[in-house]
Ligand binder design. Structure first.
Ligand code: SAH
Length: 493
């Protein structure tokens, strides 16, 4: 079969685990030879995400300077191919890897190229190492609208010259838009502008609904919650065709949102910040900001966020973090606290917190902040697991100083440690305006030195301050005079 060699080609690749680079190279050169094509025609490689760490594939992509796309089995499986295989299905979850991957990478906007774009059906080669490599080749579809940026077309040159005949008219862009909690009033002007600017808007169904009024005349791609990587792959493919793509996340895209997965997909595809596809992240108010604003001022002291979702994070990791922050007296915002299937996590979180915090520690549960079914419930640590908590709730747990007064949850910043708030804000005895607290680092070091000089053992001091023994020991060895001279009022506002 001889095909025109001038077109831009995508190679779909499959191989056994541990296939030698030489075997893959042989398979690939035979495949290209069969259709009379050159390495220089290849604009991208593609395979299944199971092979994302396969050394021979990564080596080929690197040697050719080509992006390589890895698709999940669920994305490859529905692609119509000429040679589906039951064996491949059993091992990988998709009946085709190389043909489906080639067609997907050759297509547009996440849609595979039609079957006739396949110019070489699955070519299989068993190398001297006894391993099998398969290669399929597809032409970009449509041919004049390449799904790769111009620089990746000259795969073997080190300083590529942009090929203007195949370059998209405008450079594509991926915008990661945080839309805030859900109400139009709490979305930033830039977020709104970015969605209006976009040709394609991709997001979870609920978020798409939240911005429905901005979507007229746009391509809208609704994806389910579990298709995050797929959303990112689709965004990259559309951007490669010169489209502006808005990937929308609730809250902030960088907080348990699409920003991380998108960069992972981009890096895997060989993207760098110099690429013609630009990336912009548009910040939004995260759930912890919105929920805190509704209940008072719970986050005015050190706080952290922990997601209770164990879909991608092992429970011991989550539990260790819960234990550490409970012990360290952070105010905590629990994201993804509970779902239909994940009901035990919040009970375990409560158990860990009760080891370090008082049972009456204030807790606020905010559901659907700034959305239609908004609800706020105040409770306490010992009662929180019985409260109505779901996928759309954020749980805010106070620290040991947090109070609820007049229906408001407030964590003091610590002014009362220093100033007598009932005496016109006079400084307390031993405290100085504009200076660190007497129990600040310098004051504490002096106390520590004095206690040590009195003969109190390092282990006892470590226990008293709940700090590691080696930290106390190291601290005692440092002279404190230098610190005294650099003490300034810089952080007092
Ligand atoms: N990127 C989002 C978080 C996504 S994780 C952000 O920055 O807010 C999803 C979790 O966020 C939910 O399980 C819930 O805990 C929290 N969440 C998102 N929107 C919320 C809202 N409007 N009200 C309460 N919690 C919300």
């Amino acid at each position: 079969m001889t095909q025109p060699t001038a077109s831009a080609l995508v190679l779909g690749l499959g191989c056994d685990r541990g296939t030698a680079f030489a075997t893959l190279q042989e398979a690939v050169s035979q495949a290209l030879h069969q259709i009379g094509a050159q390495v220089g025609n290849v604009v991208a490689l593609a395979s299944i995400d199971l092979k994302a760490d396969e050394p021979c594939l990564l080596a080929l992509a690197q040697q050719w300077g080509c992006p390589i796309h890895f698709y999940p089995a669920a994305v490859l499986a529905p692609v119509p191919v000429p040679n589906p295989s039951a064996t491949v299905l059993r091992y990988t979850g998709t009946p085709s890897v190389s043909e489906a991957a080639a067609l997907l990478a050759a297509g547009t906007a996440g849609q595979p190229a039609p079957i006739h774009a396949l110019c070489l059906e699955k070519h299989k080669w068993r190398g001297a190492d006894g391993k099998n490599a398969t290669v399929s080749i597809a032409r970009l579809h449509p041919p004049m609208s390449p799904s790769m940026p111009p620089e990746s077309h000259s795969s073997m040159t080190t300083s590529p010259t942009p090929d203007t005949t195949t370059a998209p008219a405008t450079a594509g862009k991926i915008m990661l838009v945080g839309i805030g909690p859900g109400s139009a009033a709490h979305m930033t002007a830039r977020a709104r502008e970015a969605i209006i600017e976009a040709d394609t808007v991709i997001g979870y169904v609920t978020y798409i609904k939240l911005v429905a009024d901005l979507l007229d005349g746009k391509e809208v791609i609704r994806k389910s919650m579990t298709e995050e990587l797929d959303r990112a792959v689709t965004a990259l493919e559309s951007a490669r065709q010169g489209k502006k793509v808005a990937l929308i996340s609730s809250g902030d895209a960088g907080v348990y949102g699409m920003a991380g997965p998108t960069y992972e997909v981009l890096f895997q595809a060989g993207w760098t910040p110099d690429d013609s596809v630009q990336v912009e992240i548009i910040p939004g108010a995260s759930a912890l900001n919105s929920c805190a604003a509704l209940v008072g001022a719970p986050l005015t002291h050190d706080f952290c966020a922990i997601s209770l979702s164990d879909l991608l994070t092992p429970w011991p990791t989550i539990a260790r973090r819960l234990d550490a922050v409970a012990m360290a007296d952070f105010v905590v915002a629990l994201y993804n606290p509970k779902s239909g299937r994940r009901t035990r996590q919040i009970v375990e979180a409560q158990r860990l917190f009760l080891r370090h915090r008082r049972p009456d520690t204030p807790v606020a549960i905010v559901k659907s902040a700034y959305r239609r079914r908004e609800s706020i419930v105040f409770t306490t640590l010992d009662q929180m697991a019985e409260a109505d908590i779901g996928m759309l709730s954020t749980v805010l747990i106070g620290n040991s100083n947090t109070v609820v007064r007049h229906g408001l949850m407030v964590t003091p910043r610590g002014y009362a440690n220093k100033y007598d708030l009932e005496q016109n804000g006079e400084t307390r005895d031993g405290e100085k305006r504009g200076r660190s607290l007497s129990t600040g680092l310098l004051g504490w070091l002096e106390t520590l030195q004095a206690q040590y000089a009195e003969g109190i053992a390092i282990e006892t001091l470590a226990q008293q301050y709940r700090l590691p023994t080696d930290y106390i020991r190291a601290t005692l060895l440092e002279p404190i005079s230098e610190l005294a001279s650099t003490d300034t009022a810089e952080d007092e506002v």
